[in-house]
Structure formats: C-alpha cells, structure tokens
Design a protein around this ligand. Structure first.
Ligand SMILES: C[S@@+](CC[C@H](N)C(=O)[O-])C[C@H]1O[C@@H](n2cnc3c(N)ncnc32)[C@H](O)[C@@H]1O
Length: 349
C-alpha cells in the first residue's frame, strides 16, 4: 500500500503542473487577444480532459506494473515455501524410510531368531509340564491304590509335597518300617504318611509345625482321617538356632545373614531313634538355608540306618545346605532322585 501511495504522489504532482499549464496557457492566449475567451475556455476544457486521460493512463500503467511486481514476489515466496515444504517432506520421508528399515531388520530378526527360540522354549516348557503332570498323575494313582486311601484325600503338589516325593516316602516306609518318622513342616503329607505307617503296620509320625494356625489345620486334617493314633502334630515356633557347623561366608551363594531361626528344639528333645526324617520346612521365606539346622539338630536323635529326604532340592539353597550337611558329616551320602521339585536322599554309609 505504501509503494502505491509513493507512486501516486509524483502522478499528482505531474497532474497538478499539467493542470496549471492547461489552465494558464489558454488564459494567457485569451488575455493577449490571440484567441477568443470561448476558444480559451474550450482549450482549458480539452486540456483538462486530455490531462485527465493522460493521468488515468499513467496511473493504470503504474498500477499494472505494481500488480505485476506483487504477483512476481508472491510467486517467489510461494516457490520458496513450496521448495522448503518439499525439502522437509523429503527429509521426513527419508528418515521414515530409514526407521522402517530398522523396524524391518528387527522384524526379520524376530522372525528368524527370537520367535523360533521362543517357540522352542515354550514347546519345551509345555512338554516338560505335560510330562510332569503325567508323572504326578501316575504317582497319585499308584499311591491311592497302594495305600487304599478313601476317595477324598488332602491335595498334593503346590505348597504341599508332590505325589512323586510322597511315593518315595511311602517306599522308604515300606522298606525300612521306621518306628519314628519326623516331618519338618506339617500339612497334607502328614495324612499321607499316616496312611503309609498304618499300612506298614507300625510306627508313628511327629509332624513339626512352626505356625500355630497351620498346626491346628493339620491336626484337624489328621483327625478327619482318624489318624490321631499314628500322627502327632507338634507346634514348635521358630527361635534362634545356635548350634551346628560354621556359617558360610556372607555373600556366598546360599549364605545366611543374621541370626538363623529354626523350630524350638526344646519341643523335640524327647524324640529318639528317628528312622525317617522328611525335611519339608520351615518355608524358604523364613530365611536363607532355612532347613539347614534339621541335620545338626536332629541327626544325634536318629537311628544309625536313618534315611533323610530333603524336598525342593532343585532349589539353590537346598543344594547348598545339603553340601554343608555332607561336609560336616563325612558318613552321610547323598542320592539325587528324579522328582518334580527335586528330592535328595541322605543315608549313612
Ligand atoms: C512346604 S509346605 C509343606 C507341608 C507338608 N510337608 C506337606 O507336604 O503337606 C510347608 C509349610 O506349609 C504350611 N502349610 C501347612 N498347611 C498349609 C495349607 N493348607 N496351605 C498352605 N500352607 C500350608 C505350613 O506352615 C508348613 O510348615
């Protein structure tokens, strides 16, 4: 707008000068008597008209030039913007294409390596689980038939011992006919062991339990199967345990930190001649190598031909505490039994 105004300004000046000349010349000619006043007026009119036409034409010309210049600059600006937009889009497309290449590479790796590996692992896990389920089903059926149990039996597996370990225990009871079985950690197994002892024709079970509520539950379970004459559930709260071999170095695998806890041994002081010791408690959550004290505390109360069965032996902690038992008792021998959660059998040579 400003440039239009600056173009109009000289036009106005020229118009004013031309207008003044057109007015002055006929008036001067008229005044000198060279032409008549009518002719002078006609000349003024004609001059004004011509001047107006000239000014208009000039204005139009200038307006066209301005519009042309404006159009050129608008198209330049548009070109620059379009170029920038195209460049930006091109860069983005390039980056997108590059990142797509990365995604493609990762997808290819996933398809060629990770997925087959995952599929193999899942297939393996399903196969192992299926085999385990079958093994436990077989063991469960064998146990029931062998012991002639009632239809409704306490569940095995999960928090309780698995059927394959129960079958191992029952075989040892049949073979050795122990007079006294001690079980660390009461529950379903207390009932199953009770049936095994009854079938073997003698012997009793003392199931040691640190948790008073579970002790009560286990007692009720034993009573509901009418096994009170065979199975005794003793509540022995966890207290500090001091005797036993040297503690492993702190930080070593399976090392115990802080004071070690185990069942209150005063509750077990009367137990003598243990022929079978089933170590299935205290739960691992109660401390590192929570089951280690079983041997230092109870081996002096065991018969010479005792058999000790350690459940959950696939766990690092259980293997480590078994190693300590062997190191501290050179007469002990360990046999590893194939079982769902791992079972280690210790005997004296
Ligand atoms: C590893 S579990 C095994 C108990 C037992 N030896 C068995 O196999 O059934 C050890 C602990 O589980 C807890 N427990 C007992 N009865 C339970 C139940 N019905 N549900 C969950 N935990 C139980 C007790 O504190 C027990 O000492």
């Amino acid at each position: 707008m400003r440039s239009l105004r600056s173009l109009l300004r000289p036009l106005l000046v020229i118009g004013a000068v031309a207008g003044a000349a057109v007015l002055a010349v006929p008036v001067a000619l008229g005044a000198l008597g060279l032409i008549g006043w009518v002719d002078a007026a006609a000349l003024v009119l004609l001059g004004a008209l011509g001047g107006a036409v000239f000014v208009l034409a000039l204005g139009l010309l200038l307006l066209r030039r301005t519009v042309n210049r404006l159009a050129t600059s608008v198209s330049t600006v548009m070109d620059t913007h379009s170029r920038r937009v195209a460049e930006t889009l091109g860069r983005d497309r390039l980056e997108a294409a590059r990142s797509m290449d990365g995604v493609k590479e990762r997808l290819t790796h996933l398809r060629d390596h990770s997925l087959p590996k995952l599929t193999r692992e899942v297939t393996h896990a399903i196969t192992v689980q299926g085999r385990n389920d079958y093994e436990q089903q077989v063991a469960w059926t064998e146990l029931r038939e062998h012991l002639g149990t009632p239809t409704f039996m306490p569940p095995l597996r999960g928090w309780a011992a698995s059927p394959d370990v129960m079958r191992l225990l029952v075989r040892e009871i049949d073979r050795r006919r122990p007079e006294l079985v001690v079980e660390c950690g009461s529950g379903s197994s207390s009932v199953w062991i009770g049936y095994a002892l009854r079938r073997a024709g003698g012997g009793r079970l003392v199931a040691v339990e640190h948790d008073a509520r579970y002790a009560e539950l286990s007692r009720a379970l034993v009573a509901s199967h009418g096994l009170e004459d065979v199975v005794e559930v003793r509540t022995a709260p966890l207290t500090e345990f001091t005797s036993g071999g040297e503690e492993p170095e702190d930080g070593a695998e399976g090392a115990g930190g802080g004071p070690r806890q185990w069942y209150d041994t005063s509750v077990l002081a009367d137990l003598e001649g243990i022929g079978l010791l089933f170590v299935d408690g205290p739960p691992e959550a109660t401390g590192a190598q929570a089951r280690y004290p079983a041997v230092p505390a109870l081996l002096p109360h065991c018969s010479e031909d005792v058999v000790i069965i350690l459940d959950d032996a696939s766990r690092t902690d259980e293997r480590a505490l078994g190693d300590r038992w062997l190191a501290e008792n050179p007469a002990l021998r360990r046999t590893e039994e194939a079982a769902e959660k791992g079972a280690h059998v210790f005997t004296r040579s």
